[in-house]
Design a protein around this ligand. Sequence first.
Ligand code: NAP
Ligand code: F7E
Length: 353
Amino acid sequence: MKRNKKALIFGITGQDGSYLSELLLKKNYVVHGVIRRSSSFNTSRINHLYQDPHINNRKFILHYGDITDSISVSSIIKKILPDEIYNLAAQSHVAVSFEVPEYTANADAIGSLRILEAIRFHNLQNKTKFYQAGTSEMYGKVIEVPQKETTPFYPRSPYGVAKVYAHWITINYREAYDIFACNGILFNHESSRRGGTFVTKKIVNALCKIKLDLQKTLYLGNLEAKRDWGHAKDYVVAMWKMMQQKKPKDYVIATGKQYTVKQFVNLVLKELKMEYSWKGTGINSKCFVKGFKNKIVSVDKNYFRPLEVDTLLGNSSKAKRELKWKINYNIKSLIKEMVSEELSSLKNDKKIR
Ligand code: NAP
Ligand code: F7E
């Protein structure tokens, strides 16, 4: 009988970790995940997958650990001897990385090194494959449009800089020790499970609340930034596909379409059937909606970053060609799903209260 493959996910409680777990469980993997001790619950995205430790032959198993703690990283890997490791653990907020740059470097850069070193130290080079969650933020002040695998990096935040280290240390261990180690260079991907302070989720949540009369105004930063937004469900499929190739390589994963933050606001308002008009420009931009007395969107300069990534647009021809990767969502279906799930959850909250 064929044995089930074992996957180990660092960052299992995050947006991508939850979708990747669902995908791997469907593919009959035994999924192990690392969670951090926290004073408040941090498992809301994976509670539906939880299995009681008393169940025999569990397929979903959680371990306490931390990517900044070498010994925990190394002992978990030694205990599980995984076939595939997905390193999704990170301090993933770009703006926050300017506030906690040292921690961001420790988790996002050295965290990857800790896993690679553990693979090497335990002689798992021929057994364990490694996926590194790279990012379009590495392109930062873009040198070429659209960005592809060969586009040089120019990171613009402590987060982006840390991820460039992780990218190159992954290649270094691949070349030095023949580890199956690959980098996904993923552009922004969103969903209803996105953290509340990322711009798409913040916009959807606030505009739904405004529609339901639960909030008055949404304050945003730079409305002109352009992003290439996809759906996280499509993107975790690409991660898995990279790990099933004969040779480890690096791939850009993106939709190839970009929108400004302001256009994203407009699309959400359209989905909510709210009739809007904008007044003023730049920092003085304000959005008004028919039937609402005051402005519903305004700019707050506190949400601007010390440096901005103005524009990101990916070219994922290589992934489409070699991985046969396909995109199921476009911006409209992404927003439709996010709005519909947000409205249901807000209406549910209201009932409970
Ligand atoms: P996310 O929702 O912020 O999840 C991050 C995960 O990392 C969470 O499970 C978090 O645990 C965990 N984590 C943070 N610090 C840790 C530490 N010190 N030790 C162990 N675990 C730690 O991020 P995501 O959107 O799912 O993204 C997944 C990965 O892809 C990240 O590495 C991110 O940088 C990268 N990425 C994301 C995008 C995107 O658009 N979403 C694009 C490119 C790359 P807690 O739940 O306990 O906080
Ligand atoms: O910002 C602008 C902001 O925080 C998008 C992470 O997953 O994707 C994400 O990083 C844009 C920026 O994502 C607000 O200035 C305006 O230009 O949603 P975000 P991000 O910085 O692109 C990459 C690929 C990752 O790898 C990261 O882990 O929106 N913006 N007003 C705002 N952004 C936020 N957060 N909040 C605002 O009020």
